[in-house]
Design a protein around this ligand. Sequence first.
Ligand SMILES: *Cc1c(COP(=O)(O)O)cnc(C)c1O
Length: 362
Amino acid sequence: MTAPCNQRPLPVRNELIGRTPYGAPQIDVDVRMNTNESPHAPSPAVVEDIRAAVAEIVGDLNRYPDREAVTLRSLLADYLQATTSVPLSSDHIWAANGSNEILLQTMQAFAGPGRSALGFEPTYSMHRSVTEATGAAYHTVARREDFGIDAATALAAVEYHRPDVVFICNPNNPTGTYTDLDTIEAIYDATAGIVIIDEAYIEFCTHPSAARLLTGRPRLLVIRTISKAFGLAGVRVGYLAANPEVVAALRLVRLPYHLSSLTQAVAVAALSRRVELLSTVPEVVTQRERIVDGLSAMGLQVYPSDANFVLFSVPGDAAALWQRLVDRQVLIRDVGIPGHLRVTAGTAEETAAFLETIRTSL
Ligand SMILES: *Cc1c(COP(=O)(O)O)cnc(C)c1O
């Protein structure tokens, strides 16, 4: 006799059994410095522009959005061209719901069963996640003790694993480490696969973007987001710059109309004021440096950061310290590296609150 339906185990894929969903705890405390968002809300002028842009399109919501998001992609191309001096048009740009969706679409197009990707750990855990979600294997290479990528080790790993995709998060999350373009070039030359440079934090960095390597490198993908430096994490827009053939490949896997009319309208309105949005970056960098100095003065080991967050090591149990901070209304991130915690640069007030709270919680 067959068991009643409700007693059968749910037939989820074997590789998902025992997994936990990705995501930092969203806890309602006074000081939230855990997910690398901007602490600065959009200015009243930007808010007004967004409001007007949404008002203009709500009456057309019975229609599907522009499937190709051409206006948005052109604006993103303008921005990249203006900041990197690389000639780019909308044909080189793809946009999706956050760079996480760009990463997933990239792996749907270039990974999959029987293929593999390579990452330099510790790094952004979604790289492994999206790789494995497509049925591909994820190989890892350890970063150096200072969290830099050792070029010789990287080339040997590429030679050994022959990955279809190599991920380089630059600057790296959660360590803040920048990898120089010579190393990226060497890795590109050593592999026949796709090389993804995840530049979610590049605007906080004084070093060059890998976008300047795009010309003549059709397997190089530079992935960006408006969630961090632009301060628009709630909009959910990420983008990619690459050879137009890469964009054509992503079109094969994207869902039709994946970017809603609302998302496109809001992103276009906001990006039309990109200089204003990015004007908060120097202040975020100032607070980041204040965190580096403050934690160092407490005798903690702090890693230099080119992003909007700081990784540091703590004496004793990092998870227990994390909880003590939460209990005192300060939320930072336990990134799962034993003995380490990561904190996002906040406003001047939030940063002061964090430094004072941790000083008295150690
Ligand atoms: C935050 C982050 C992203 C994802 O951002 P989206 O909000 O999905 O655009 C991608 N890569 C890294 C390394 C990140 O830290």
